[in-house]
Design a protein. Structure first.
Length: 454
C-alpha cells in the first residue's frame, strides 16, 4: 500500500479494530427471537451506540422501528457548508447454521490463515468497523471534512423492512448528499469494486394441507393425497430442466453487460462439488446479477430421524425469489403466488404468506461521487482501477433511500468478497481488505468534500 498519513493511521489502528470486531462479533445478534434472544440484538445495538458516542457523535439514538428491531443513529457535524454523507451498516447477522461445521466458534472472532473468522465479521459488523476506521484516520489527519450521519440497522438480514418504514415516517433523519452503503464487497480480494446493481427479493411461505391428520401409509397410501409430495411438485415447477427459474410472466432472459464472472472462478468461489453442473443458462453474470432466481431456503416436514410410515397431511416451505433490476418485486410476488396456486396438484389446499420484500437497485456509476470513489480506490489499491459489478443479494433500504432522496448518490462498497463466505458456515473477513477499504473510504470523504467546494 502506498505510504500516506491516512494509510499509516489506519494501519496503526488495525489491532484496535480487531479487538472491537471481536467484541461485536461476540453478540449473537440474529434478529429473530426464535433463533436468538432479543437481548443479544439489544446488547449489540448498545455497543454500536457507545462506539459512536466515543467518537464524538451527537444525537446518538436507538430507534425503535416498526418491525420490533432497533437501528442506531448518530450525527457528526462537519465544517460549515460541508456536504453530508450517510454511512450505513447493519449489526444483525444470519444464524450460525450448523455449529458443528464451524472450524472455530461462530461468535468468537478467530484468526486463521490470515483471515478473521466469525459470524458477521464481513456481513456486516466489519462494515461498521470500516466506517469507524475511516473516520478515526481523518480525525487524526486534519479532521473529517464532511458532516457524517451513521445508521446501523438491526434487522437487515430478516428483510422485514423496519428501517425502511422508519425512514419513510421520518424523512429528514437520513437526508444526505451522498450515501455509502458498507454492505457489499469487492468482486475479488484485492480488486476494488463498487456494486452497480442489486437484485430485489420476495420471501414467501407456502403451506399445503391434504388430510385432517397423518395416515398409515400401508393402509391409505396410494390414494390418500400426500402433502409433502404435492409441495415437492410445486417447488419443482419453479425450475426448468436446466435449473433456470421459470415463473409464468417473469422475464428470465436478460443479459448482463459489464464485468464477467468466469465459470471456473464461480465454481471455486461457490465450492461446487467436482462433476456437479452449474444451473441455468447464459453467462454466470447473467444468472446471478441480471435474472430472477428462486431458492427453497427451508422445508417443514417430518424429519428422517424418528420417521413413521405415514402419509403426510401437511407440509410447508419458505421460498426466496431474487428479482433483478428492471423488474418490480411486487409484481414478481403476484406472479409467484399465481404460479404456486396454478401448479398445486390434486386440488390440495394451499396457503401463501409473504414474509419479506425489497425492490432491486440500479446505481449511476458515472456520477461525481463515483468519480471521487474511483480516485480513492486508486490510492488504497495501487495499480488497480475500480470495477463495477452486480450483486445477487438484496438491500431493500437502497430503494427506500433513493425514493426519499432522489438527488443523493448511493455507493455500495464493503467486505463481502467471495472468500468471506457470508451467510455460510465459517464466514470470515480479510483484514487486508478491511484496512484498504477503510483507507479508500477516508480518501473518498476528502475527495468528495473537495469536489463539492470546486
Amino acid at each position: 500500500m502506498t505510504a500516506n498519513p491516512i494509510a499509516e493511521t489506519v494501519a496503526s489502528l488495525m489491532p484496535r479494530a480487531k479487538a472491537e470486531l471481536a467484541e461485536l462479533v461476540a453478540f449473537e445478534s440474529v434478529a429473530d427471537p426464535a433463533v436468538a434472544p432479543r437481548s443479544e440484538c439489544e446488547a449489540a445495538a448498545n455497543w454500536v451506540a457507545d462506539a459512536l458516542r466515543a467518537e464524538g457523535f451527537q444525537d446518538v439514538a436507538l430507534l425503535d422501528t416498526p418491525d420490533g428491531s432497533q437501528s442506531v443513529y448518530g450525527l457528526l457535524p462537519g465544517p460549515e457548508g460541508a456536504p453530508t454523507v450517510l454511512l450505513y451498516a447493519h449489526y444483525d447477522v444470519q444464524p450460525k447454521l450448523d455449529e458443528a461445521a464451524w472450524v472455530s466458534p461462530p461468535f468468537e472472532l478467530t484468526e486463521r490463515d490470515g483471515r478473521w473468522y466469525g459470524r458477521g465479521a464481513a456481513d456486516c459488523k466489519g462494515g461498521f468497523i470500516m466506517h469507524l476506521l475511516a473516520l478515526r484516520a481523518l480525525k487524526a489527519n486534519g479532521g473529517v471534512p464532511v458532516s457524517v450521519k451513521v445508521i446501523v440497522e438491526g434487522s437487515e438480514e430478516q428483510g422485514t423492512g423496519g428501517l425502511e418504514r422508519y425512514a419513510e415516517a421520518h424523512p429528514d433523519l437520513l437526508a444526505a448528499d451522498t450515501i455509502v452503503i458498507g454492505d457489499a464487497g469487492n468482486f475479488r480480494v484485492g480488486l476494488p469494486t463498487v456494486t452497480a446493481t442489486l437484485r430485489g427479493m420476495t420471501m414467501v411461505r407456502v403451506t399445503i394441507d391434504t388430510l385432517a391428520g397423518n395416515l398409515h401409509s400401508g393402509q391409505f397410501g396410494g390414494a390418500a393425497p400426500d402433502a409433502l409430495a404435492a409441495l415437492i411438485r410445486v417447488l419443482d415447477s419453479l425450475r426448468a430442466e436446466d435449473g433456470s427459474t421459470v415463473i409464468e410472466g417473469l422475464d428470465g432472459d436478460t443479459a448482463w453487460e459489464g464485468l464477467q464472472y468466469p465459470d471456473a472462478d464461480f465454481r471455486k468461489d461457490a465450492q461446487v462439488l467436482d462433476g456437479v453442473d452449474l444451473i441455468g443458462s447464459g453467462t454466470v453474470a447473467d444468472r446471478i446479477w441480471a435474472r430472477p432466481a428462486v431458492t427453497v431456503i427451508g422445508i417443514d416436514c417430518s424429519p428422517v430421524a424418528g420417521a413413521t410410515p405415514s402419509v403426510p397431511a401437511s407440509a410447508r416451505a419458505q421460498i426466496s425469489l431474487r428479482v433483478p433490476p428492471g423488474q418490480d418485486a411486487a409484481e414478481a410476488t403476484k406472479l409467484l403466488f399465481a404460479h404456486i396456486e396454478k401448479h398445486t396438484p390434486w386440488n390440495a389446499r394451499v396457503s401463501i404468506e409473504q414474509v419479506g420484500q425489497g425492490q432491486p437497485f440500479l446505481a449511476d456509476v458515472h456520477s461525481p461521487a463515483y468519480t471521487a470513489m474511483a480516485d480513492a480506490m486508486r490510492v488504497a489499491y495501487p495499480g488497480q482501477e475500480m470495477q463495477a459489478a452486480g450483486m445477487g443479494g438484496s438491500i431493500p433500504l437502497c430503494n427506500t433511500l433513493a425514493e426519499l432522496y432522489p438527488s443523493a448518490e448511493i455507493l455500495l462498497i464493503g467486505l463481502s468478497e467471495p472468500d468471506a463466505r457470508i451467510h455460510a458456515v465459517n464466514e470470515s473477513v480479510s483484514p487486508q481488505e478491511l484496512e484498504r477499504l477503510s483507507v479508500a473510504e477516508a480518501h473518498f470523504l476528502v475527495n468528495y468534500a473537495r469536489s463539492r467546494r470546486a
